[in-house]
Write a protein that binds this ligand. Sequence first.
Ligand SMILES: [Zn+2]
Length: 269
Amino acid sequence: MTTPPKIYSTEAIVLKHTPLGEADYLLTMYTPNRGKTRAVAKGARRVKSRLGGHLEPLMRASLLMARGQNLDVVSQAEALEGFRTVREDLQRVSQALCMAELVDAITPEEQPNYPIYRLFLESLRRLEGDAPPSLMPFFQLHLLEQSGFRPELYRCVECDSTLAPGLHRFAPDRGGTLCVSCHPPGLTILPLSLDTLKVLRFLQREVYNIAARLHLEPGTLLEMERLLGALLRCVLEREVKASRFLHQVSQDDRERAEAAASPANNIKE
Ligand SMILES: [Zn+2]
């Protein structure tokens, strides 16, 4: 039997770091070849650390790793992409942290899933630019799909009939749409408008460059946020902390936009 090399290199996006001992960080990272993985960055919390600045959450870094008995240890790190625009903007960083928390919550450790790595990396790059409002629902739908939780949006999850236009609801516990004839007891059932259903289907089947051109009405966006939030809570069996924060930031932005657009602000003194 051959033993694996003691030192190996990988690239990774840092999902989060938690203090460990006096000066170390325990890193949770997403890598292209190993999926989610955890490692120790020794001394990374010291001011003069050569590692610390390269291993902030949401950074993509090239790493040299040493195999440890329990956890591997980062011996060298070099930042490849810092996503500075994302990390310096409240709206962007809250979206990115929400994405990172979702990736962390939905993926098992040490199970490679390159499509998820790619989706996460490309979403961070899009957030660096002019990310349209469809980015977050697009990310959530495709993350669910790549993790094996693709929501059903064409048939009733209870009786398997094809949905008739306008006659549908959404059952997050069952992971999809419900026809109006089915009333399974004890289920949370959410209303689902035809517009929102069409948008969800569109985002689910299209590639990003096409999905990004979609214009979304605020009402559709809110309904989608509610449905996908409920679905993710069911899949993950817990609340996503960062998404509550993101919701608050988005709400504040909407209120500011409404206040700026209200006629009272246009009256000249
Ligand atoms: Zn049905």
